[in-house]
Design a protein around this ligand. Structure first.
Ligand code: ZN
Length: 426
């Protein structure tokens, strides 16, 4: 559990998540591939490749012929809703320095108030006449969005429309004669973290995050409370399952950025990252087509657990419980890519592993979320199943999942990666 918590806490942005996944893969003997260079893949080889430093694919070629065995793939996403700093962010109001922010993804905004916020991301700069970039993480509370006292808004508990332009800029400091600029703070941070002196900061992608770390909570420590459980929990489980599974089986893990904003980017699931990587693995079109038709993709993303205070938001026959095992997500309108064949495969896998399994269908009179599952299924033509851990407070700054579901999911996903083909073993 501590490893998971470290991963969650040290991955405040998709860049950090990708760097942490890459370093774990490298430690486990996976070799980095560079998309700009020619690849010489060896049979049985283990590799990983990143794009935009925010999406990553790990691939294990295994011993079997890919055209005959197919690939067991798991997909998840590295991004989470958050507040992103604008390019010219400084706002001076009444002696306070604030930073203007844009809301990234469908964030639940109220929980962002009164938290101890820090800042992390990627900074691009000029140094010694060269352009370069580094990841930074201030890793300490340096800003907050204070609520308005209830005395000044007596209707605050009756529903509250948050204006994203005016109400969200976090307060960074009080200003005196010497007013800091964000670019200066970033240059100082580059020196502190990377020893780079006098960098001229040119651009950045920075987001605020909650400093409070992941924790086990509940009377019996039933729950995990953390930021970004959607979907770093699945990224972590995919990584661990890959590394813990039978090395002789071909396998692929893909964790992409920009899911929370529709996945349409060069490194997102709508983009060609996976397809191009598969083509480079299997340049022969016939072999690739056969491989894909023997393959199975598990799209792992959190599922809405039935909330005891809002139980009527669920179909009463499809209310997944925390700690009751992975949730198969089904939607006849293909918001989830699950079909009866892929669901049956996964149910059988859970049965073999003695792990409970649940089903989720959204209420017929409500809209439904989606995942990278239908996107990847429709781009590649690969049989897919959408699953995930039951979660509360999805897209809040602090989400809640079941601590036992970590073991449940890990067991099933490790078994999934330890075999090939589209039939369970028994
Ligand atoms: Zn998600």
């Amino acid at each position: 559990m501590q490893q998971l918590f470290n991963f969650l806490d040290r991955s405040p942005t998709p860049f950090h998540a990708t760097a942490n996944l890459a370093s774990a893969l490298q430690q486990a003997g996976y070799q980095p591939l560079n998309e700009q260079q020619a690849w010489q893949l060896q049979p049985g080889g283990k590799y990983f490749v990143t794009r935009n430093q925010s999406s990553i694919i790990a691939l294990r070629l295994g011993q079997a012929g890919l055209a005959e065995s197919g690939l067991h793939m798991l997909g998840a996403h590295t991004d989470s809703p958050c507040l992103r700093v604008k390019p010219n962010p400084e706002i001076n109001r009444h002696g306070y320095l604030q930073l203007g922010v844009e809301v990234y993804g469908g964030a639940l905004l109220a929980p962002w108030f009164d938290r101890d916020l820090s800042l992390a991301g990627r900074v691009s700069f000029r140094h010694n006449q060269q352009l370069d970039s580094r990841l930074i993480n201030f890793d300490r509370p340096l800003a907050t969005i204070p609520s308005l006292a209830i005395h000044l808004n007596r209707d605050a508990n009756k529903g509250w429309n948050i204006n994203q332009q005016t109400e969200l800029p976090p307060v960074l400091c009080q200003t005196g004669t010497d007013q800091p600029q964000l670019h200066q703070l970033l240059a100082q941070q580059l020196e502190l973290e990377h020893g780079i002196k006098d960098a001229q900061v040119l651009d950045y992608e920075l987001s605020f995050y909650d400093c409070q770390g992941a924790a086990l909570i509940g009377l019996e420590q039933e729950f995990i409370a953390s930021a970004r459980l959607d979907n770093l929990l699945s990224c972590y489980l995919g990584l661990r399952a890959l590394l813990d599974s039978d090395d002789s089986q071909p396998a692929l893990l893909i964790c992409t950025d920009h899911e929370e904003v529709g996945s349409a980017s060069a490194c997102g699931a709508v983009g060609p990252f996976l397809e191009q990587t598969l083509r480079r693995m299997l340049p022969d079109a016939e072999s690739l087509a056969r491989c894909i038709q023997h393959s199975l993709l598990v799209s792992a993303d959190n599922a809405h657990g039935i909330h005891p205070n809002y139980a009527d938001k669920h179909d009463s026959n499809h209310g997944p419980l925390l700690n009751h095992g992975p949730v198969i997500k089904i939607n006849s309108n293909q918001r989830y890519a699950t079909n009866s064949i892929s669901a049956a495969y996964f149910r059988q896998l859970c049965h073999e592993q003695q792990v409970p399994v649940q089903s989720f269908v959204t209420r017929s009179d409500m809209g439904c979320g989606s995942t990278i599952g239908p996107i990847t299924a429709s781009k590649l033509g690969v049989n897919t199943i959408d699953i995930g851990a039951a979660t509360f407070a999805m897209h809040s700054i602090r989400e809640l999942a079941g601590s036992q579901d970590v073991a449940h999911m890990l067991k099933v996903l490790t078994a999934f990666y330890s075999r090939s083909g589209s039939q369970p073993e028994k």
